[in-house]
Write a protein that binds this ligand. Structure first.
Ligand code: ADP
Ligand code: ZN
Length: 218
């Protein structure tokens, strides 16, 4: 059983790499971003509160995140190993995760840090399109990431949408939040000797090759 954390700035390719890892290694995908987007479909006051944080590109409060994550980690499919995508995102979440892992008698085998320069991230955000049905990700600004038919999912033929938080203003805030809150976790996991950094400016397939190399050797 292998448990992996994907650590990355916004739009570094966490979602794309997660799908490729799941397909090859059969790990369970746990994305706090997806869990939150699922949660805000409910029409509750909590849903509205979460929506505001996400729209602005701010982190959703730890208490909400930890409840979502601990419920998710109780589910039986996590016993096969999982991929944590978008969590932890700050120091407190990392400490809480350590406690949660201890409780479930689990450990993290590798933290994969996807490294991409800011100007490239910015370009990726502008063109990103998402399938609301199967979560496939496309980009109409990047040649080999375009859907075959404009605006339509290759896999399930749903109409692609743009995420509310995929605009330049929100990106700037998300990126600053990353620098301030999430990037310090690189040191946190380096000290635990489980950090692996991958250059994620290459094509998705090349990035995945580097990731396979890591997963096959842990
Ligand atoms: P990206 O990594 O591209 O920013 P995500 O889907 O991972 O996209 O996250 C989108 C938004 O969801 C974040 O900007 C933040 O508001 C919220 N979010 C996701 N994960 C967390 C988390 N672990 N802690 C707090 N907020 C989170
Ligand atoms: Zn689809």
């Amino acid at each position: 059983m292998k448990n992996i954390i994907l650590l990355a700035p916004p739009a570094a390719g966490k979602g794309t790499q997660s799908s490729m890892i799941i397909e090859k290694y059969g790990l369970t995908h746990i994305s706090t971003g997806d869990l939150l987007r699922e949660k805000i479909k409910e029409n509750s006051s909590l849903a509205n509160e979460i929506k505001e944080y996400m729209k602005k590109g701010n982190l959703v409060p730890n208490k909400i995140i930890l409840e979502l994550i601990s419920d998710r980690m109780e589910m039986s499919d996590c016993a096969n190993g999982c991929i944590l995508d978008g969590f932890p995102r700050n120091y407190d979440q990392a400490v809480s995760l350590d406690e949660l892992l201890l409780k479930h008698n689990m450990k993290i085998n590798a933290v994969i840090n996807l490294d991409v320069k800011e100007d490239i991230l910015r370009k990726r955000i502008v063109g990103r399109l998402l399938c609301p049905n199967c979560n496939a990700i496309y980009n109409d600004q990047i040649e080999n990431m375009n859907s075959k038919e404009k605006g339509v999912c290759d896999i399930c033929h749903s109409v692609l949408i743009k995420r509310d938080d995929d605009n330049i203003d929100t990106f700037n805030n998300r990126y600053n939040t990353y620098i301030k809150e999430t990037r310090p976790l690189i040191d946190y996991y380096e000290r635990k000797n489980i950090l692996y950094t991958v250059n994620s400016e290459n094509s998705a397939n090349n990035v995945f090759k580097s990731i396979e190399n890591i997963i096959d050797n842990i």
